[in-house]
Design a binder for this molecule. Structure first.
Ligand code: ADP
Ligand code: MG
Length: 426
């Protein structure tokens, strides 16, 4: 007798390893759960490309204490109740197997505080079994931590890619969420270093510019219920295309290549296509990102029209926009209630808050003595937001160097020099 049935435990692990194949799958499922829970902020942290550690923290509705143990059971979901719900799914997940699968193949810690509760629950799980459960103080929301993914499934562990590769896949995934949920605050930290910190934006263009740190041009076109919004970087860089259909990041080789060809291979391009659901065929399998669009030719036509001819005034507008191009601006802090420390592009700037605001008032009123009197003084309290406004305004000045009296407004350091002095290559 050679044929034996596999022990249940083995079967469970193998099938779990099919739902979650790599750290990026794990991050995807956890972030989608956070978004499904109506979070306005999602913080993701990974160590060793997620192989050693993944944490996804959100400020969503939280998990009810009575549900804590249910969420790691297979086919347990709060998102659908019966078959009819399958026809009108608005949430990302609905199969109720992600947390189950992750729990089977990692050491898992789930902390969650339900929005109507005073305390949270922390639950430690290994091999799918609850080892520890206790009350803890925490903010409303959920934090899921995944340690040592596949520590108990060596076949999968062996198939994992190098740390760099796994990390880059996660970064790409997070960029896609950032581009489709522009009103959500996302942060991504890798091995203790911030990869990005994207505050909630007013519109998608603001988010795109924030994420890529440069200005983008917007083009829109629509016909017969299909609309295309396309954003291209003004600067040439390593070309990248991000494609979204009805707000979901998707793959469609044909269309991606068409966009590359049309916008140019050195542009970053973000393209959003919206069309009635019956025109797209999205496989319900959560991992299949390839979509079929029934009116692909119409989509191509809409894109082609956007780039067909350039009206003469357009080049002029482009030049204008380029002139007012703003590099990324990040307020680091305010020193001694006097110096605004800010990172602009590749430089650290120290602004004198008095001189800067004086110059701004002078720019607005043209009156030297009034602007001198009205300006912020050294020692005045200044919020980071107001500091950012000051600096943004300064960026638009023709002459950026001096205050109305002729004193220099700032002192700057090239960040590359700082690295050089520390004997570190960037
Ligand atoms: N971050 C979260 N915030 C609130 N509830 C969550 C969160 N993550 C998981 N849950 C709950 O756990 C359940 C199971 O999650 P999961 O296994 O991913 O299945 P699904 O998302 O398909 O329902 C969800 O239906 C939801 O009720
Ligand atoms: Mg889910």
């Amino acid at each position: 007798m050679f044929v034996q049935s596999l022990p249940l435990e083995v079967i469970q692990k193998i099938s779990a390893g099919e739902v979650i194949e790599s750290p990026v799958d794990c991050v995807k499922e956890l972030v989608e759960n956070s978004l499904d829970a109506k979070s306005s902020r999602v913080d993701v942290e990974i160590i060793k490309g997620g192989k050693r550690y993944i944490s996804v923290r959100d400020n969503g509705t939280g998990i009810h204490r009575d549900d804590m143990e249910k969420v790691i059971q297979r086919w347990s979901t709060s998102k659908i109740k019966d078959v009819s719900d399958l026809l009108s799914i608005t949430s990302f997940g609905f199969r109720g197997e992600a947390l189950y699968a992750i729990a089977m193949v990692s050491r898992l810690v789930i902390k969650s505080r339900f929005f109507q509760d005073q305390l949270g629950i922390k639950m430690r799980v290994e091999d799918g079994k609850v080892l520890e459960k206790q009350e803890i103080g925490m903010q409303i929301g959920t934090c899921v931590e995944v340690y040592d993914l596949f520590y108990n499934l060596p076949v999968r562990l062996r198939f994992l890619k190098k740390e760099d590769t796994e990390r880059n896949r996660i970064i790409k995934l997070m960029k896609e969420y950032a581009l489709s949920k522009w009103d959500v605050h996302f942060t991504l930290t890798s091995n203790g270093r911030k990869v990005f910190d994207l505050y909630p934006c007013q519109d998608v263009k603001e988010r795109i510019q924030l994420l890529f740190g440069q200005k983008f041009e917007e083009r829109k076109n629509s016909k017969n219920g299909v609309s295309v919004s396309l954003y291209t970087s003004l600067e040439n860089t390593r070309g990248e295309v991000y494609l979204f259909v009805n707000s979901r990041p998707v793959q469609n080789r044909n269309l991606l290549e068409y966009i590359r060809k049309t916008v140019g291979y050195k542009k970053v391009c973000v393209c959003y296509i919206d069309l009635p659901p019956y025109m797209v065929d999205v496989n319900v399998h959560p991992k299949k990102r390839e979509v079929k669009i029934y009116k692909e030719n119409l989509v191509k036509e809409l894109i082609r029209e956007l780039f067909k001819k350039t009206p003469p005034y357009f080049n002029f507008m482009l030049a204008q926009e380029k002139a007012s191009y703003t590099p990324s601006v990040e307020i680091i802090g305010i020193i001694d209630k006097t110096l605004i420390l800010v990172k602009i592009g590749d430089y650290l700037y120290f602004f004198d808050q008095h001189l800067l605001s004086e110059r701004l008032l002078y720019e607005a009123s043209g009156d030297l003595s009034a602007s001198c009197k009205g300006a912020l003084k050294a020692g005045d309290d200044l919020s980071k937001d107001s500091a950012l406004e000051l600096v943004r305004a300064w960026l638009s000045f023709e002459n950026k160097e001096v205050c109305p009296h002729g004193r220099p407004i700032y002192y700057k350091l090239y960040i590359g020099d700082i690295y050089k002095n520390l004997d570190r290559r960037r």
